[in-house]
Design a protein around this ligand. Sequence first.
Ligand SMILES: [Zn+2]
Length: 265
Amino acid sequence: MLSLLFSAWVAGQGQALQMSYPAEPSLTGVAVRWSGNSVPFTLRGDRWLATVGIDLDSRPGDHAVDVTFAYEDGRSRLVREPVLVRAEEYPTTELQVEERYVELSPEDQARADREAAETSAIYDTFTPELYWSDAFDVPVRGAKDGRNFGHRRVFNGQPRAPHSGADLRATTGTPIYAANRGRIVLAKELFFSGNAVYIDHGHGLYTTYLHLSKIDVAVGQMVERGEQLGLAGATGRVTGAHLHWGVRLVDARVDPFSLIRVGAQ
Ligand SMILES: [Zn+2]
């Protein structure tokens, strides 16, 4: 039997982690157990690759994940792999927004709770099909970076959930494009997110595009990388026009730009 490559995987809190193993002639499949799902690796050239995420609030330090290697003679081998989570320092931001987004009316609270249940049910769905094969791209043409990922936030003096996406500069009406190929699983107005589009890219990877002024896609539709999803705007809980771009990676909230950096495949 060929020896397996042992390496300590390292990623910061809120970062995508690409795991890879060399192809071996008799190896027919690799999968990692991650957040309750079996995430299959994909063979690209001479490597098996899978992209998983270290959640923003993952405990820093040593973790372990189980990786299964399947061979053509029917044998399989389980290897416990070390993953080191590096602590990241994310600053706190104080923001002023319309009071109705901080002190919610009973109706708005009920609506926000309903929508939170709906979006978490989306993230709990693990699509076994992989819809993409090219690297991820930024949804605003020419954007080099985003702001505020991971920031602890205080709205009108009250602490709220950390910022789980990146904010990209975009004036109202700026075209917003799909970061990669996938299926539209949500396309409507939400209380906090305003006009929102969610794409399921398969294998537990979702991208979200929030605060749009206009939505050009519908639920169930397949979109290609670079296809227009809508126009940037300032809907929902915002301080001004921008694109909020989010990524969920097998249940982890990660910086979308870390997907670009690892060249997720
Ligand atoms: Zn944002």
